[in-house]
Design a protein around this ligand. Structure first.
Ligand SMILES: [Zn+2]
Length: 322
């Protein structure tokens, strides 16, 4: 099943992670296929986003949801991966046009140069008025050349927003979604707050550069086909790699959706009574499907009536506070 492997390169300011999502990733695709199936390049992109989201969440250990979004101006309008602190992930995508069978990132999402990648960190416990933190990067490089791999976009983001040299290899097919991350560790002590000293090292740390070059020799085909032991041995057999206990089984990254009937109810409240009663009058009930997990929520006339009844006028025994 799915697994996450962490390691450091001994004596160097370099750490790494390798993730493989297998049964959980297949479950995501199975649920999607129950309604409609995305074209292969979109399935691969969503798998890469799931793997990347898990790697980024595991690397920054943020107490809240990490949401990775790509907004496009081509046949793919939106792709989203969301990862919780316990590495529960879910993904969804919106396709609005024909996706060529061999489409890479630009042909899917950046046809007119307007594609964007946003990373949002949404804290679990917000202070009043606190907004989620969001960083946005374009889908092109410094010379405005379109980037063809999600990994390049995210490397750019990590450098710009987190001042972290990062190398990523991502790949996904219908069986496996996998990723390898190599990162130069923030300067000891205050981390990014150390500011200048850390930034001085960007791009020039020889240890990081050597390890990143080794990592970049890993092909997507190898990442998909080989198990973690084989990948790490092939890449780093001459280096002193120290591995930590892999996160497997209970602690492994896993597919989970946190949608609920209550949340859908709140969304219906937001639409307003007229709108929702109108749908019930027309169709007999409201059906809302979760775009992440495919679960369908139904609200009939009685449910909708209850939803829009002011709390104070509900029957005794309900949650009314008098
Ligand atoms: Zn759901």
């Amino acid at each position: 099943m799915s697994e996450l492997h962490r390691f450091i390169l001994e004596g160097m300011p370099v750490r790494g992670m390798l993730v493989r999502l297998t049964g959980d990733w297949q479950e995501v695709l199975r649920r999607r296929a129950a309604s409609d199936t995305h074209p292969l390049p979109v399935r691969s992109l969503l798998g890469q986003m799931a793997a990347a989201g898990v790697l980024m969440q595991a690397s920054i250990r943020f107490n809240g949801a990490l949401v990775l979004q790509v907004f496009g101006d081509g046949p793919v309008k939106l792709a989203v991966a969301e990862v919780q602190p316990d590495l529960a992930f879910r993904v969804t995508g919106t396709v609005v046009g024909d996706v060529p069978a061999d489409a890479q990132l630009a042909a899917m999402l950046n046809v007119h140069g307007g594609g964007r990648c946003a990373i949002t960190l949404d804290p679990k416990e917000k202070r009043p008025g606190q907004q989620p933190y969001q960083g946005v990067v374009p889908l092109h490089g410094d010379r405005r050349e379109p980037l063809q791999q999600l990994s390049q976009v995210l490397e750019h983001y990590m450098l710009q927003s987190e001042q972290l040299d990062t190398r990523l290899v991502l790949a996904a097919n219908d069986e496996v979604a996998a990723g390898l991350l190599i990162q130069r560790m923030p300067t000891a002590g205050a981390g990014n707050l150390a500011g200048q000293r850390n930034e001085d090292e960007i791009g020039i740390n020889e240890d990081f550069n050597r390890i990143a070059l080794l990592a970049a020799t890993l092909t997507q085909a190898e990442l998909l086909a080989l198990d973690a032991e084989t990948v790490l041995h092939r890449l780093f057999w001459e280096e002193s790699l120290r591995r930590f206990e892999p996160q497997q089984g209970e602690s492994a990254p896993r597919f989970a959706c946190n949608c609920s009937r209550e949340r859908v109810g709140r969304m219906l409240l937001g639409l307003g009574a007229d709108e929702v009663h109108g749908i019930v009058a027309e169709q007999g009930r409201v059906e809302i499907g979760c775009e992440f997990c495919g679960v369908k929520y139904h609200f009939d006339a009685v449910d909708v009536g209850g939803l829009f009844t002011p709390v104070g006028t509900q029957a005794p025994g309900s949650a009314a506070i008098n």
